[in-house]
Design a protein around this ligand. Structure first.
Ligand code: F42
Length: 144
């Protein structure tokens, strides 16, 4: 059941433009960041209940996806972190395919496995983690 509600664009112009172009073209345009594929997550705002869209790097394994709340190594989580905690039902668009998923934070060995997969796709994640004492959260999205 697709998410319904009012879409409110991100304050981050580059992320907003990438999300909107990606969605409008089924990933044919704005599909990558420095040549590495991205996917677009739609989440329900933890405070507003509005729909929020945020591109993240594509980290996929056997139909599940990792979503890394890195925010470039900032000391605070991205705002959308709170959305996935409060409202785990999200949509993920991978190219033209758009599906519903349940998001959960992973810890311990499971987190280590997914973190390794994420860094293999986007090595900058390791640099982001060096930049902050915050443990960068990893969500795993499982198809509903
Ligand atoms: C700028 C800010 O965005 P943010 O949710 O903090 O997310 C920051 C970034 O993570 C986000 O821009 C990502 O898309 C950036 N980003 C990546 N960010 C990552 O964290 N990981 C990635 O792998 C990643 C890849 C990526 C690839 C391409 C690209 O264009 C951007 C990429 C924002 O839009 N804030 C809104 C609030 C958004 C929101 O979700 N509000 C919630 C409340 C949230 C709360 O409780 O605080 C609500 O509406 O209820 C505002 O201030 O109005």
């Amino acid at each position: 059941m697709p998410l319904t509600g009012t879409y409110v664009p991100s304050r981050s112009d580059w992320a907003r433009e990438q999300a909107e172009t990606y969605e409008a073209t089924g990933g044919a345009e704005a599909g990558d960041l420095r040549g590495v594929p991205v996917v677009v997550i739609t989440s329900v705002g933890a405070k507003t209940g509005h729909l929020r869209k945020h591109p993240v790097m594509r980290v996929e394994h056997e139909g599940e996806y990792a979503v890394v709340a890195s925010k470039g190594g900032a000391d605070e989580h991205p705002a959308w972190f709170n959305n996935l905690v409060a409202n785990p039902h999200v949509e993920l668009q991978d190219g033209p395919a758009r599906r519903d998923y349940d998001a959960r934070i992973v810890e311990g060995d499971e987190r280590a496995t997914w973190w390794e997969r994420a860094v293999a796709v986007w090595p900058d994640y390791a640099d982001y983690q060096q930049k902050t004492d915050r443990e960068i959260p990893v969500f795993v999205l499982t198809p509903r």
